[in-house]
Design a protein around this ligand. Structure first.
Ligand SMILES: [Zn+2]
Length: 297
């Protein structure tokens, strides 16, 4: 499932096409994705201009000239494909690693980009766990998808003190706390495993144990806050991680999976300098946790 770096990679790939583009027509090929598309969807977006394409956690937000925002979530296998008719990018070239089947093209927007080029934005989703919603800008903060989201790890305000406020008194494990989207938004299994390994913290450790009685972050929490930001930043710079189903909008496969220290490395030597441990896997909250018991305490 795409996590924050993959969604941010998609956003960066789409923004030059979408920002300033006018939606000329909407070809809606089914009434639902994971959820039904919003009532009157076609009429509400046809003719609109996309002002900005931003991201909150794993959601992309297209602010429209109509006073509404289109909320897009990729689910497991959702992907957007830009087909430009100018000959620079031919349809299908984006995804030569995993051919896109037209049967899974669920939504096609015909666009005039900000510089007047014709383009088609196609939403393709094999498993249909993704979804698209529309919400008035005035009601956006209270939108059910967004309202309960926790701290945005790439915000300037995200630091050890902010994590200490979130973790204080919590008896859940670090792994569970970091996966809880109401506390920290956008992290999934991969980047939680990686951040905990880099910070030298056991995924089994209680989140509250990293906060002093006075509510201040302990040294481990300082490391964790820094490593969360570092691993996300490095993953975005690498174009995300390519697993089975994730490909960035330009068709480039992300390269960060080659730099995993823990995730998906069961039985392999720990990559921390001077550590002789092996990466182990165990199931935690129904998900595989990868860690090195020798250097993660
Ligand atoms: Zn180790």
């Amino acid at each position: 499932m795409p996590e924050l770096p993959e969604v941010e990679t998609v956003r960066r790939g789409l923004a030059p096409w979408l920002e300033g583009a006018r939606i000329l027509s909407v070809d809606l090929r089914r009434p639902d994705l994971r959820f039904p598309l919003p009532a009157g969807f076609r009429d509400r977006i046809e003719g609109a201009t996309v002002r900005t394409l931003s991201r909150r956690a794993k959601y992309m937000l297209a602010t429209l000239s109509t006073g509404e925002t289109m909320i897009m979530h990729l689910g497991m296998t959702g992907r957007f494909v830009v087909e430009a008719g100018d000959g620079v990018t031919a349809p299908g070239d984006f995804y030569d690693d995993s051919p896109r089947l037209a049967a899974h093209d669920h939504l096609v927007l015909t666009l005039a980009t900000s510089d007047g080029r014709p383009a088609r934005l196609v939403y393709n989703d094999v498993r249909r766990f993704g979804f698209i919603d529309l919400c008035s800008d005035a009601a956006l903060a209270g939108n059910p998808h967004l309202a309960s989201l926790g701290a945005e790890p790439l915000d300037d305000a995200f630091d050890a003190a902010a994590l200490a406020r979130l973790f204080e008194g919590r008896t859940t494990t670090l792994k569970a706390a970091l996966l809880d989207q109401r506390l920290v938004a956008g992290l999934g299994n991969i980047y939680v495993c990686e951040a905990l390994h880099r910070a030298g913290l056991s995924p089994r450790r209680k989140a509250g144990s990293l906060v002093t009685r006075a509510g201040a972050p302990r040294a481990g929490l300082e490391r964790l806050a820094g490593e969360i930001r570092a691993v996300l930043g490095e993953a975005i710079a690498a174009g995300g991680s390519t697993l089975r189903d994730y490909v960035a909008p330009d068709g480039a496969r992300g390269g960060f999976q080659q730099r995993f220290l823990a995730y998906d490395r069961e039985g392999e030597p720990c990559r921390r300098e001077g550590c002789a441990g092996l990466i182990r896997r165990f199931v935690q909250n129904g998900r595989s946790t990868f860690h090195c018991a020798a250097c993660q305490r």
